[in-house]
Design a binder for this molecule. Structure first.
Ligand code: PHE
Length: 344
């Protein structure tokens, strides 16, 4: 007599114990394979009488079916277990802090330039640029500074040849704009750009710096328009309670010419080291466009008047952010540049 129940329990137990695909496969061959245990029973059946055959065959089939389904159930279980383990092993810990990407920032000179541009754009000005390698003609002649005039010495110039130079001021953009727009008045422009002078570099001087020139030409433009405009610029750049004062000065291309001071934003006018005890800080040169400059560009100076001003962007940036050495702007020290991320 074959002990079916014992065989059944034993095989089920072995399947339960199998803990890998390989073990299951091997066990399956041993039990259900062509030369396996169940095939052996089939072989044995041939020797039985017909009555015995029926019962025996039924038992074999029953077990075969049971084993087959148990094998595949166990196999599925193992596959799922393996997948879960793999997922666990390959899981990404999203709670780990990432490497923070380094954010660049605008250069402080660009920041200040953009700020000034925005102030004037909001008042209806447009931004105009010009070449850094400029003709003597636009830099000097058209600015009412003829060849041999002593005023040329005020701006030590890098000459390229007898006609070309590195522009010494953005007034060169002014003279170009006057010529280009002389029949399309009124003119209302702001002209930013790099300028060059043969200065020895130190804490407050640089042979290359950034200027912004403002120019307005229309009928009935007066010095008080200039004053009001610059007062607004000073307040927007240095704070609402700032005032300005004009001092007489001299530029060949403006008449009258003024030097413009802003009340000190550090001490409020009482006197401190930044304003050298005077309460005032010089920020720019300005004036009414000289009639000669208008006439040379083809503009009727009896009908039209204009004002112009030129502001140094480094100077404004140094005052605004408390920078004491102009060379900081040009040496690309990342620690200095990073300090301006928060101003954007
Ligand atoms: N061009 C002058 C300078 O470079 C500044 C200026 C511009 C003055 C416009 C008056 C009018 O110093």
């Amino acid at each position: 007599m074959i002990k079916w129940e014992e065989i059944k329990q034993e095989v089920l137990h072995d399947i339960e114990e199998a803990d890998s695909k390989e073990v299951i496969d091997k066990l399956k061959v041993d039990v259900l394979g062509k030369k396996g245990m169940m095939a052996g029973f089939m072989q044995q059946m041939k020797t039985l009488s017909p009555e015995e055959k029926r019962e025996f065959g039924q038992k074999v089939n029953e077990l075969k079916k049971l084993f087959e389904s148990t094998f595949s159930a166990r196999m599925e279980e193992l596959i799922e277990k393996a997948m879960l383990e793999k997922m666990k092993k390959e899981a990404i810990d999203i709670t780990l802090p990432g490497a923070r990407p380094y954010n660049g920032s605008l250069h402080p000179l660009n920041l200040v330039q953009q700020e000034i541009e925005d102030i004037f754009i909001s008042m209806g000005y447009s931004v105009v640029e010009g070449p850094e390698v400029e003709l003597d003609f636009y830099n000097f002649e058209r600015a009412n500074i003829p060849q041999g005039h002593p005023a040329r010495d005020m701006q030590d110039t890098f000459y390229i040849d007898s006609e070309r130079l590195l522009r010494t001021h953005t007034t060169a953009i002014q003279t170009r704009t006057l010529e280009a727009l002389h029949d399309k008045l009124p003119i209302k422009v702001i002209c930013p750009g790099k300028v060059y002078r043969r200065d020895d570099d130190d804490a407050t001087h640089s042979h290359q710096f950034v200027q912004m020139e403002g120019l307005v030409v229309a009928e009935n433009i007066t010095l008080s328009d200039l004053k009001g405009t610059l007062e607004l610029l000073a307040r927007k750049m240095f704070g609402d309670s700032r005032t300005i004062r004009l001092r007489p000065s001299y530029f060949q291309f403006t008449e009258p010419s003024v030097e413009v001071d802003v009340s000190c934003h550090i001490c409020g006018g009482k006197g401190c080291p930044v304003c050298k005890g005077t309460g005032w800080i010089e920020i720019l040169g300005a004036g009414m466009v000289h009639p000669n400059v208008l006439e040379m560009a083809g503009i009727d100076s009896k009908k039209y008047t204009g004002f112009a001003f030129g502001v140094g962007v480094e100077r404004v940036a140094m005052l605004k952010y408390g920078i004491d050495d102009i060379r900081n702007f040009y040496i690309n020290d990342i620690r200095f540049l990073k300090a301006f991320t928060r101003f954007e």
